[in-house]
Design a protein around this ligand. Sequence first.
Ligand code: AHM
Ligand code: MG
Length: 341
Amino acid sequence: MASQLNTEKGARRMDRPIITVQQYILQEQQHFPGVSGEFSWLLSGITLATKMIQAKVRRAGLTDILGSDAQVNVQGEIQQKLDIYANNALLHCLGVRDSVGVLASEENDEPIALRTSGRAKYAIVFDPLDGSSNIDVNVSVGTIFSILRRSEASMAEGGDPLEGLLQPGNKQIAAGYVVYGSSTILVYTTGRGVHGFTLDPSIGAYVLSHEHIKMPSKGKYYSINEAYRDDFPAHYGKYIDELRRQKYASRYVGSLVADFHRTLLKGGVFLYPPTADHPNGKLRLLYEANPMAFIAEQAGGAAHNGTTRILDLQPKSIHERTPLVLGSREEMARFAECRPT
Ligand code: AHM
Ligand code: MG
């Protein structure tokens, strides 16, 4: 009987029509008058680049792509060969899209102005390979992106193409990430919920697997690099003690994409506080904190820098860092109670 039920369930699953991310975006576009296909074309640049990146990641031990490249990026971090490959893949796949005017990457000191035409409405900021220190040891890494609408002034004849790029996260028109983990999954939001698409390697397409993701209102895990605990401002220690008293368990991968993805699906809280080495936090506002904060809020969670909602922070520079605390509604409420007033 049980096996008959299983077979029926399996058959139903197979009967379900697959919906690719491209189809889903085309459907969603109907809710954004005037975007006429350009947004799906832009997103297809991201899906193509991330498929190229995942293909390299999957074969990493077999080709000469592991290890560092002996170059140092603008953050003073050693670039891995895969960092460079991932960056080039995104720059190439997005750079040929007419609707993209500006690209800014963790791996490039300065934003790249591509074109000024009025059709080049979008700027995209991204971390091409987040958690790259984990590559050599086969731990999940990922890509994070945020899509912004460019200002009218930046698209005007003779205007500064980079004008208006430093927008608060509440102006993002879309954001997402891809985790190259036990499977490859793309998660994104355009402000109409959060949706996940798993790459089906047999057809080479991202297929809808997690529609309308909602973060549980409370989880079981806290996620923080506790080795730096002595450096954290006192209220972070107090908060962790409180979570431990409540018998929370700890999970920390050291790749934001992986730690965030678990927090999104299972609930709980992720923290990267200020430390002695990184007094303003380690994570970057524009292409790490903002996209994750947008997704967290859309899924019913929250994101904070310790004093302000992440999405309300006005960035001052492209590679600016911020402390980051994000997670489920209940854990974020407890954190607010621990914060000094
Ligand atoms: P990266 O973008 O250079 O890979 O660095 C960011 C990573 C995040 O993915 C992760 O949350 C954090 O650094 C881990 O830092 P630490 O090793 O200090 O815990
Ligand atoms: Mg990163």
